[in-house]
Ligand binder design. Structure first.
Ligand SMILES: [Zn+2]
Ligand SMILES: [Zn+2]
Length: 253
């Protein structure tokens, strides 16, 4: 399985528009972060987790030519606002399967009503096959995905385990039984916003505590704010099996 970090930034991305913060002014490409998403490829299958406002650029960067589906963690705009840009895949392949909690599907229907239109639909609009997921395993391609249910302050959010790889973003709290589902993963991705506490996201300390509990071979931090600091400096401070993800990083599991 190959995983490409399409974006590793928090909701505003890095640089933040108009910001003069040193991290936003950094010329290190690893300090430039699009909104979070990962591309997951195995056998002949290609899926993305989330489809934020940078989706078009991310598909171009990854030279992605086929998309078997989009799996959504939750409905926030930084994870969903790029849905219209599945059009090139839709024109070639037909309706694109989208997997999400029923609440998230409802939110997408409100925001992208024209995509879900059944009468007099505009010919240039993309089409989707909505697939409702609950907190139980579901199939994509030839693989079973295990959802990991968490809370993003008061909002339910799904992380996902794909065999030995698990991807969690926008998490703040996870019940023990959900953490138990992560046992034995080789590679764990966890959100880590910044050092100071945040109401709806793990800070660095909370992310590292979860990693310690799960004890994967390797872990990567994502959904990073400019306030966490320069990539190269943060990475020096991390435990030896924990890395700060950056855009376009590829890993094999
Ligand atoms: Zn987010
Ligand atoms: Zn969010």
């Amino acid at each position: 399985m190959k995983v490409t970090f399409l974006g590793t930034g928090t909701s505003q991305g890095i640089p933040v528009i108009g910001s003069t913060h040193p991290v936003c002014l950094s010329e290190n490409p690893k300090d430039k972060r699009l909104r979070v998403s990962v591309l997951i490829e195995w056998d002949r299958y290609t899926y993305v987790v989330d489809c934020g406002p940078d989706f078009r650029q991310q598909m171009l960067n990854a030279q992605c030519t086929r998309l078997d589906g989009v799996i959504f963690t939750h409905e926030h705009a930084d994870h969903t606002a790029g849905l219209d840009d599945i059009r090139p895949f839709y024109f070639k392949q037909g309706d694109i399967p989208i997997y999400a909690h029923n609440r998230v599907l409802k939110a997408l229907k409100e925001r992208f009503a024209y995509i879900f239109e059944t009468e007099n639909k505009y010919a240039g609009a993309p089409g989707v096959t909505p697939i409702r997921i609950e907190n139980k395993p579901f199939e994509i391609g030839n693989l079973t995905v295990m959802p990991i249910n968490g809370m993003h302050y008061k909002l339910q959010v799904f992380g996902f385990r794909f065999r030995d790889f698990a991807y969690l973003t926008d998490m703040k709290t996870l019940k023990d039984e959900e953490v138990a589902k992560l046992k034995g993963v080789k590679v764990l991705v966890v959100n880590a916003l910044r050092e100071t506490e945040h109401i709806s996201h793990f800070n660095l300390e909370e992310a590292l505590a979860l990693i310690k509990k799960v004890n994967p071979e390797r872990a990567y931090l994502t959904h990073v704010s400019h306030m966490l600091g320069f990539h190269d400096e943060v990475e020096k401070k991390l435990p030896k099996n924990v890395f700060l993800a950056y855009d376009n990083l590829q890993i094999n599991i």
